[in-house]
Design a protein around this ligand. Structure first.
Ligand code: ADP
Ligand code: MG
Length: 273
């Protein structure tokens, strides 16, 4: 592997006092309020919350896809000012180009990378193997199962050797058995790549199984209601006692968040900040 990595020093994220609102038909909707989160290099953080609580919005802000917010977000001490090669992203739908092979789809992740052609080829080969798609490099998306397509999307997210991989409900559209299998594979990939991962999910078991920490977001407006450390050793097994204990505590928090304030809107003029 050509790239030297020192996982302990890069891939830190700092989200400080981030608030985000959208204006819909003249009314302001507060989607995130005062979210602050420090993520260590190489950490696996799961962000858990009910549908609509602002998880995707937060991940888009961290990715740099959306820069319209209050507060600050930085990676390794530098403000995130747009999307960058140092952050990969994987979405719920694999978003593969149907006319391109697995190889070509993964290669698209390297379009702007300052790497030699041979280093690119090595990284593509390595990451297709890492996600278990050896032998499918020349397959087209319609020839892949949902799980295989999502593996290809993960390979594309990693092929630049980013310091941070952001995953937005990557297994949400898969059947339960495939999802369980991909969770195990993702844990292995994370251990291998030694990078920071932020996984957004509404699946309690997935969050607790994968995260070093689980950040629970409460809805309307989205804000951090609690953060749980998951002390279970890795690689993890689903029956681990500490996982079961944390799962219960997380569920209690989610249930109490259910009674949070109703959606509050203000007119855009009133809310102008
Ligand atoms: P989650 O990923 O947790 O399901 P989202 O971050 O997608 O939640 O959305 C949070 C809230 O922000 C929702 O109420 C959603 O309707 C609203 N929202 C998201 N994107 C936009 C947008 N571009 N314009 C207006 N409202 C939006
Ligand atoms: Mg979402």
């Amino acid at each position: 592997m050509p790239a030297q990595r020192s996982a302990s020093t890069r891939g830190q994220l700092a989200v400080r006092d981030v608030s985000k609102s959208f204006t819909v038909n003249g009314a302001r909707i507060d989607v995130l309020r005062d979210v602050s989160l420090e993520v260590a290099a190489g950490e696996f953080v799961a962000i858990l919350g009910p549908s609509g609580c602002g998880k995707s919005t937060l991940l888009r802000l961290i990715s740099g896809l959306d820069r319209d917010y209050r507060g600050s977000i930085s990676q390794d001490g530098e403000a995130i000012t747009g999307t960058g090669l140092d952050r990969g992203i994987v979405f719920q739908e694999p978003r593969l180009f149907p006319w391109a092979t697995v190889w070509q789809n993964v290669a698209l992740g390297l379009k702007n990378a300052p790497m030699s052609e041979s280093a690119k080829r090595d990284s593509i080969t390595a990451h297709i193997a890492l996600v278990g798609l050896d032998g499918f490099a020349q397959a087209y998306p319609h020839q892949l199962s949902g799980g295989m397509a999502q593996r290809a999307a993960i390979a594309r997210g990693l092929v630049n050797r980013p310091r941070v991989l952001l995953l937005d409900e990557p297994f949400g559209a898969l059947d339960a058995l495939t999802r369980a299998r991909l969770q195990i594979e993702l844990q292995q990939i994370w251990a291998h790549e030694k990078i920071t991962m932020i996984l957004v999910t509404h699946d309690v078991d997935e969050a607790v199984f994968l995260g070093d920490r689980v950040v629970v977001l409460a809805p309307r407006p989205g804000r951090i209601s609690d953060i749980f450390d998951i002390p279970a050793p890795r690689p993890r097994t689903r029956g681990d006692d500490s996982l079961i204990r944390v799962r219960k505590a997380v569920l209690r928090t989610l249930e109490s968040d259910d009674t949070s304030e109703p959606i509050r809107t203000a007119t855009a003029a009133e809310g102008a900040a």
